[in-house]
Design a protein around this ligand. Structure first.
Ligand code: PSU
Ligand code: MN
Length: 308
């Protein structure tokens, strides 16, 4: 089991999250890298607010996670969310530097990996995001594999996403997940989705068709004493998708320009997302917002089902 947060660590629960924890209401964690590094303002704050509202509509409570001036926040007040969305100098923190941001009193947006760590320690079992990080194309040269994958293997949180971002090498990403023993379950489809597109051309390792079945699967894993999280892939709604063939053109161009600009490390994903935003005249952002909203709904339904 994941250790709880030490009482010595500076942690702040939002009023809403603190109240939900007291009455044992279902909670859904949300990350903040998507806000600070994944989308431009004001699209990012619109997304952050609407995603929280969707979770409340389903009868769960949203907990957006971030480090603000060295304090780990589990749930943000509306003014904190707004400030974070506007702020420029925000670290992107993952497992390697979550504690650094706290120790050095910095402000940091949490990736999928760091959000999972914080959520698990706060007793939150479900988390909604857009797309997880994974194995980058050309990883055999660059060794660029997101820390999100290892985190899924070790931390017991259900992560709802729209697949792996299509900028990645999706077959290799699925291989690493399988090697690490992470269940990959696509919701209501036999095919693993590719973030902006419903199709990746790859079969999903597993498929389930209801939030209750997903909750039951995770409970069964816990009963077996199997640690770690699981990945739920929720295809973007049909009306919001950008077809795979079209996306591939933008992705190729974005990857070429990343190579020209010698982008590496943490900045790769934010760079590619913002280049694709420009190449699609903002259409990729509309799709990204729609898919996160769709994931928030499913995550809340799973959180409610886990509670039954
Ligand atoms: N989902 C989105 N947009 C994002 C992300 C997810 O719709 O920007 C972020 C997540 O925080 C994820 C990160 O952890 O992208 C992956 O970064 P990297 O490839 O550097 O591990
Ligand atoms: Mn990386």
């Amino acid at each position: 089991m994941t250790k709880p947060i030490s009482p010595l660590l500076p942690v702040s629960y939002s009023k809403e999250v603190a109240a939900a924890k007291q009455r044992g209401a279902p909670l859904v964690a949300l990350e903040s890298t998507i806000i600070s590094h994944g989308m431009p303002y004001p699209g990012n704050i619109e997304m952050a607010r609407s995603v929280e509202a969707i979770i409340r509509e389903q009868g769960a409570v949203p907990a957006t996670i971030a480090v603000i001036h060295g304090v780990l926040h589990i749930g943000l007040e509306p003014d904190e969310l707004e400030k974070l969305a506007k702020e420029k100098d925000v670290m992107k923190v993952s497992r390697a530097d979550l504690a650094f941001a706290i120790a050095e009193r910095r402000t940091g947006a949490t990736t999928v990996a760091a959000t999972m760590i914080a959520a698990a320690r706060a007793g939150i079992k479900v988390f909604a995001t857009g797309g997880i990080g994974g194995v980058h194309r050309g990883a055999e040269e660059s060794f660029d594999i997101s820390a999100d994958l290892q985190e899924l293997a070790r931390t017991g949180v259900i992560v709802v996403c729209a697949g792996a971002k299509a900028i990645l090498d999706i077959p290799k990403t699925l291989e690493v997940l399988e090697t690490s023993g992470v269940p990959v379950v696509t919701y209501e489809s036999a095919e693993f989705p590719a973030f902006w597109s419903r199709s990746s051309g790859l079969r999903s390792p597993l498929t389930l068709n209801s939030p209750a079945a997903i909750a039951n699967f995770q409970i069964t894993r816990e009963q077996l004493g199997i640690e770690g999280g699981m990945l739920i892939a929720n295809p973007v709604p049909e009306g919001d998708e950008i077809p795979r063939e079209e996306m591939e053109i933008y992705i190729e161009r974005a990857l070429d320009s990343a190579e020209r600009d010698e982008i590496s490390g943490k900045t790769v994903t934010p760079y590619l997302l913002s280049t694709i935003f420009d190449l699609t005249d903002g259409r990729s952002l509309q799709t990204n917002i729609a898919l996160v909203e769709n994931n928030a709904r499913l995550a809340a339904e799973i959180a409610v089902a886990l509670d039954d």
